[in-house]
Design a protein around this ligand. Sequence first.
Ligand code: DGY
Length: 423
Amino acid sequence: MTESKWLQLDEKAQNILIKNDRGGFTVPTAGLYPNQWNWDSAFAGWGFSTFDIERAWQELESLFAGQWNNGMVPHILFRSNDPDYFPGPDVWGTEECGPISSSGISQPPVAATFVRAIWEKDKTIGNNRLKKIFPKLKAWHKWFMTWRLTDRNCIFISHPWEAGRDNSPDWDNAMRAINPVGVGEYTRRDTSHVDGSMRPTQEDYDRYLWLVQRGRKLKWDEELMSVNRPFEVADPTMTFILLRASRDLLHMATALGVDNDEISEWCSKLREGIETLRNPDGGFFNAINCQTGEHSGNITSASFLNWYAGIDDDETLKILTKTLEEARYPIPSLSINSEKFDGMRYWRGPTWVVLNSLVGVGLSEMGYIAEATLLRKRTQSLILEKGFAEYFHPIDGTPGGGDSFTWTAAVWLAWASPSNGEY
Ligand code: DGY
């Protein structure tokens, strides 16, 4: 790619972040996602940090402005009650729980890692900001360790939306066991923005809403919700990401000179828990239905997050090599050889550059420069050829979901763009 080409893409990506800025926070994309989403926002902060550090801090700070008293940081902050999004605040019913109207579940905690990256870019600006945000990050991690830790020390999700990989086949077994009686009539808005073939099915949505209605009935009280949970799946996304983020938190605690024993203990526990996610037949990391102990058997992009969490693994390296040989584009959200593969349906096949950036960062940190470079170069060509879409078909690159997408632009700026140099 020529320099003028990539500089043009840098500018385009910056403009997407600026266009999706709603005054101190960004929306993932206009129309389909008109609110502030948790991990999208953290990625946006990473992207902003390449050209506007002040704005990068604001993004993270605005996310933590919505933190609940119990430490949870919601997956959606309803900054405006846009009738074009469903389910909105009236469905979630969380008025009593936090300072900003929000959903009642969380999302993968990438924030501490991006806070560290933003702080390290300019510590003169960052030191004071870090001091303020650090206790909030720690409280959120503590919430995960209190309410989402399995007895085998991995992190489970209580709703498919919590993992951010909404309709991944990783949840199929647990979702099938839910009978969504009484969910009532409702109108989806997502399928008025993008074609239904790219979105979760109606059966999925009935269950998503049924779980939301249960939370609402229990007033989002974690203690009450933990009794006979209808959905509880140990998740590699959450476990690897929380471990990585806790390591970054530990680093920042040491720099700030504050007590870090508790964080250190979290890291050890999660490190121990990772091994339980290994599929006994395939050797790869996968999700486990906590109610039945059943492994999902799926190779997803989350299966390759071990390096990001600082864990080397020969078995996964073999599978990665094969995965990279099989496709022209970056790692798909589900192996193209899976019988459940559906190349355009959200998290059941498409390639998401966000997950690939995390895998790439992990690989390069652990010395797998060739693999990391390949992922990065493929991401560059994909964005160059197909634009800043939400996700892409992993075989032919067709763009899917929303366009002018915040986190695709952010990943371009902070990781994929050649402006970041070579590894
Ligand atoms: C959606 O609305 O599709 C979101 O992914 C839920 O968080």
